[in-house]
Design a binder for this molecule. Structure first.
Ligand SMILES: [Zn+2]
Length: 447
């Protein structure tokens, strides 16, 4: 067994050490730099110009309502796709949502998907970045009042669109889907349709990034201003875990190591590697109190998904009729959004997607061998399908640590590490020669 202890950094020094040791991929850095605050602002202002993007609003008008908005988003994606040599295809994901609690009638709905096909035909991985393009006013069923939804969630929609523009010109081994979904405010209808379709059609969705409310940097009441932090919400015990899986988590202490939590850690490591003045804050929750988002339907279908949301929210903006009351401005207007901040969040998303879609797939059947009592840790796994990894990182951390602390590089598909599996947590990720890393896989006990 051969391994090299690549670097060892304590958690406080993670960012500094990672930046000095781990090289950025120049091609990814170039894409990150191309993400434009001006384009993001133009997209948000155009979406606001449709007056309302309520899911039950007008679908006939060319200038107002949800119909005009989705047609415009589709036509923009088609412009970006023109630079993709036919690899990016744009589609409406259309369905009829039956009447429900926040839906007065059976409603035809359309998500907009731009699919950038991966170049590796043996590799069927899919990565999704998503924002919801629908908006609402104070009353959930009000489909006619001005509902600008600049931050909630034209900002997240702009992330998907701006990334499609930049990434359409490049190729990746895995497929990336840039998504703008509808019906979020009425009950996560758009993302539910895609998540169920993905499950039914057997899409191999390795990660879904939900950007919802990523454009405000001012905290209501507290007055806190924060243009460098982004929250990433991830489930600990997976929503879709079976009884048997939960029993295994209980016996081995795996409640902080779901695939979504691995994705959240990956977002922090990679995002901070490529974007300056960015602090990715892991929140050990699926979402905020009493609130949900478009990552939930993906988690329910057993996929890996996280939610990105600004650090401090301004509730005078969200879901508010546009008005002035006691000299307070209410409403989610584009003048209150911080486009430099959304640019930063878009750049973070791009670095995560580009690294994942360039990396080899995850190692398969990762196991920790439990057949003999030893103070070392023996791990084994199988190589993934598709592009062959140059090697693997075995990741290690103390059981009380939030982030991976040590990486061992190995070229075999097994490793014996001189630390006890009883005292540390482990995972294995694939890596290529250029340093693109897959998501880590936590080993299952094997004999
Ligand atoms: Zn939202």
């Amino acid at each position: 067994m051969k391994y090299i202890a690549l670097f060892f950094f304590c958690f406080f020094a993670l960012t500094a050490s990672a930046q000095t040791v781990v090289k950025q991929d120049a091609a990814i850095k170039q894409m990150v730099d191309e993400v434009s605050n001006k384009n993001i602002e133009a997209i948000v202002r155009k979406l606001v110009s449709f007056k309302t993007r309520h899911t039950l609003s007008d679908t006939i008008s060319k200038t107002e309502g949800i119909g005009a908005a989705r047609n415009w988003i589709k036509s923009e994606y088609e412009k970006y796709a023109a630079a993709s040599n036919g690899r990016m295809k744009v589609q409406f994901d259309a369905f009829v949502q039956p009447q429900g609690r926040r839906l007065s009638k059976n409603t035809p709905m359309k998500n907009v998907l731009a699919v950038l096909k991966g170049t590796d035909t043996a590799d069927h991985r899919v990565y999704i970045v998503s924002g919801h393009y629908d908006s609402r006013a104070t009353k959930a069923m009000d489909s006619t009042s001005f509902a600008p939804g600049a931050v909630d969630d034209a900002s997240g929609t702009a992330v998907s669109m701006e990334l499609a523009r930049v990434m359409a010109k490049r190729s990746f081994p895995a497929t990336i889907i840039f998504m703008a979904v509808v019906g979020e405010e009425q009950g996560l209808y758009g993302s539910t349709n895609v998540a169920k379709r993905a499950k039914a059609e057997g899409w191999q969705v390795d990660a879904m990034l939900n950007n919802d409310i990523v454009g405000n940097t001012y905290g209501m009441e507290t007055g806190l201003k924060d243009n460098r932090s982004i929250r990433v919400f991830s489930d600990g015990v997976p929503i879709a875990a079976t009884e048997k899986e939960i029993a295994a988590l209980k016996s081995l202490g795996g409640e902080n190591d779901s695939q979504s939590r691995q994705l959240a850690r990956y977002a922090k490591e990679i995002g901070e590697r490529y974007v300056e003045q960015l602090d990715v804050k892991l929140i050990y929750r699926t979402d905020r109190y009493l609130r949900g988002g478009d990552h939930l339907p993906f988690l329910e279908q057993g996929f890996t998904a996280v939610r990105f949301t600004e650090m401090n929210e301004n509730f005078d903006r969200q879901h508010q009729d546009v008005r002035k009351e006691n000299s307070v401005d209410y409403g989610d207007l584009p003048d209150f959004a911080d486009y430099d901040y959304t640019q930063k969040i878009a750049r973070m998303n791009l670095s995560i997607l580009a690294n994942l879609a360039s990396a080899p797939a995850q190692p398969q059947n990762v196991g920790v061998i439990t057949s003999d009592l030893t103070n070392k840790t023996k791990l084994k796994w199988d190589a993934p399908k598709g592009k062959a990894p140059a090697g693997y990182y075995v990741l290690m951390r103390e059981t009380i640590s939030p982030y991976w602390e040590k990486k061992f590089y190995v070229t075999d598909t097994n490793a014996t590490i001189g630390y006890s599996k009883d005292n540390y947590l482990f995972a294995v990720q694939s890596v290529d020669a250029a340093g693109h890393e897959s998501l880590p896989v936590v080993p299952k006990p094997v004999r």
